[in-house]
Write a protein that binds this ligand. Structure first.
Ligand code: PGA
Length: 228
């Protein structure tokens, strides 16, 4: 199984969210591609998770949802926070420890571990982002995303060989069963990563924002699979 997890970050308004799922639906209904070995996930902002869930169900789309973050605490007096319990009815996955969370919101390794714990208790699969092979990976982590900071949003992805090497180190040093790569992945280069030894998927940001980009990655991955 290969994962394509689109991280929308802090982008889109309500109409754009509707438009993205509607265009995805059009492409999906016209396409004849084999999606059986691909797990397709998108991570909209918290605000749009109920709408995204509604549209996925209504349009019968082969998509699952991820949250981009979660509170390190359970429900209670934590103003502004969103708990794992609150998102559990909408998402199967949640990203934690993204380098943007660490840099702009002072998220620490300890908080990442607390978040993974909260997600495990709520039955949500955690996707822990690590910046290199030295970043601690909490017990109970389900998916590790290797995301070198210099490759994020720069158009300069890590080399597939190095991504594969770090992915294998990370896999051996954690209990996670899935390891993915993120950093400037797009339709043109997705297949350089998806099929490398030790890599089970990708976490594209910018390229997933427009449907053409996300769908381009899905079709390229699917065609590659059919040809090999
Ligand atoms: P990018 O972002 O694909 O725009 O580089 C990846 C990420 O931050 O997850």
């Amino acid at each position: 199984m290969k994962y394509i997890i689109g991280n929308w970050k802090c982008n889109k308004g309500e109409e754009e969210v509707r438009g993205w799922f509607k265009s995805f639906s059009e492409k999906f209904s016209q396409a004849k591609i084999n999606l059986s070995n691909l797990t397709l996930v998108v991570a909209p902002p918290f605000l749009y998770l109920p709408l995204a869930k509604f549209l996925i169900d209504e349009l019968k789309l082969p998509l699952k949802l991820a949250a981009q973050d979660v509170s390190p605490f359970s429900d209670g007096a934590y103003t502004g926070a969103i708990s794992a319990k609150q998102i559990a009815q909408y998402v199967n996955y949640a990203v934690v420890g993204h380098s943007e969370r660490r840099n702009f919101f002072s998220e620490t390794d300890e908080m990442v571990a607390q978040k993974v714990q909260q997600l495990a208790e709520a039955g949500i699969m955690s996707i822990v982002c690590v910046q290199d092979e030295h970043t601690p990976i909490p017990d109970d982590t389900n998916i590790v995303a290797y995301e070198p900071v210099y490759a994020i949003g720069t158009g300069k992805p890590e080399s597939p060989e190095k991504a594969s090497r770090v992915a294998r180190v990370v896999r051996n040093s954690s209990s996670a069963s899935v390891v993915i790569y993120g950093g400037s992945v797009k339709p043109e280069n997705i297949n350089n990563y998806l099929w490398m030894d030790g890599i089970d998927g990708v976490l594209p940001g910018g390229a997933s924002l427009i449907v053409q980009g996300y769908w381009g990655m899905v079709t390229n991955a699917s065609q590659h699979q059919t040809q090999t």
